[in-house]
Write a protein that binds this ligand. Structure first.
Ligand code: NAD
Length: 321
């Protein structure tokens, strides 16, 4: 039985990953950690500790204390926040990865999951059906940290045999935990506003097409790549991963089909330039071939589920985190 450590477990993806991994491995075999106590669902529903991903000694101590063999490193500073705090993004995103790679090199842990992002691509990358191997000239600090991280993952695998696995997540849509400062956050915020305000001011323009995915698909992909036999993992930098692509206008139309009173204003801000530098769609055939990746949720299904769950959430006494 695996003993799992999740670093950054309170975040948008980390929180849902924690629930899933607790189901798979058992509550006592999954240690959720974060730098803060912000997500009470996570902190109160199983093993939880405060842990700073930048603190090598603290991470090592936690791994030894709980006899951890597998680490999911989900802590990061995302694209929009990273542009405001470039050096902090660099410090957190790269050093936290080095810490777990070096602990695996020492033999302390056996397996690592570390997410990359479509932000590794830039304006010179072919933007339609972006191939796995292509030009990568990211223009954001976040993208640079992810690209550098991918190179180090591959290096540690080749040079030291570290079993590190990675996915380039697209924008992730979910209803349980709010997103943490990315450029695709509009695709979550819009659903909340559809329930609470009936109008949304979108920070991207109507035609900005981006690759997106529902949380359930993202979690399944994460579990699948980690459960695949090591020999199947032919890419040790990070796998392209795709589900659907849509524009804000297409997303708005899918909500309007269920909530006809809903309206939208387009007020692009600094995040427009970031979105414009990213791919519109992704070729993920390596993931589909190597470890049988397939997505389930299209835009219509996502909208149906988001509206259903958020209506329940806002009408219950439960606080939206
Ligand atoms: P998030 O911002 O929602 O969560 C990050 C979590 O890390 C937060 O709970 C935060 O408190 C924690 N954290 C911050 N600094 C920390 C530190 N020093 N030590 C420990 N914890 C710390 O992010 P997310 O959306 O859940 O993303 C998880 C991973 O997936 C990140 O690596 C991100 O780059 C990647 N990713 C996310 C998306 C997306 O759409 N959400 C897309 C592509 C890639």
């Amino acid at each position: 039985m695996s003993k799992v450590l999740i670093i950054g477990a309170g975040g948008q993806i980390g929180s849902e990953l924690t629930f899933k991994l607790r189901k798979i491995h058992g509550d006592n075999n999954v240690v959720a950690t974060d730098i803060r106590h912000s997500n009470l669902d996570i902190a109160n529903s199983g093993l939880f500790e405060i842990l700073d991903a930048k603190d090598f000694d603290a991470v090592k101590k936690c791994i030894n204390k709980h006899n951890i063999d597998t680490v999911y490193l989900m802590a990061a500073m995302l694209s929009a926040t990273g542009e405001k705090h470039p050096m902090m993004a660099w410090d957190l995103n790269t050093n936290s990865l080095f810490h777990v790679l070096n602990l695996a090199k020492e033999g302390l842990i056996k397996k690592i999951f570390w997410p990359s992002s479509i932000a590794v691509f830039g304006p010179t990358t072919p933007s339609k059906q972006t191939p796995q191997h292509t030009i990568m000239e990211p223009t954001t600090v976040y993208g640079i940290t992810k690209q550098v991280g991918e190179r180090w993952c591959e290096y540690y695998h080749k040079q030291y045999g570290v079993d590190v696995r990675s996915i380039r997540y697209p924008g992730i849509i979910s209803w349980k935990t709010m997103p943490g400062g990315g450029t695709t956050d509009y695709a979550v915020e819009i659903y909340h506003k559809a329930i609470t305000d009936s109008v949304y001011d979108c920070f991207l323009n109507e035609n900005t097409e981006l690759p997106m995915m529902f949380m359930d698909d993202a979690i399944n992909a994460t579990v699948d790549i980690m459960q695949a036999p090591s020999d199947n993992i032919t890419i040790r930098s990070s796998y392209n991963l795709a589900a659907i692509s849509f524009t804000p206008q297409e997303l708005f139309n899918s909500i309007r089909a269920l909530l006809p009173e809903f309206s939208i204003n387009y007020k692009p801000d600094f995040r427009q330039a970031i979105a414009d530098s990213w791919p519109k769609s992704i070729d993920d055939s390596f993931a589909r071939t190597d470890w049988d990746w397939k997505h389930e949720y299209d835009l219509e299904l996502i909208t149906k589920e988001m509206i259903l769950q958020l209506k329940k959430k806002y009408t219950s006494s439960e606080q939206v985190i």
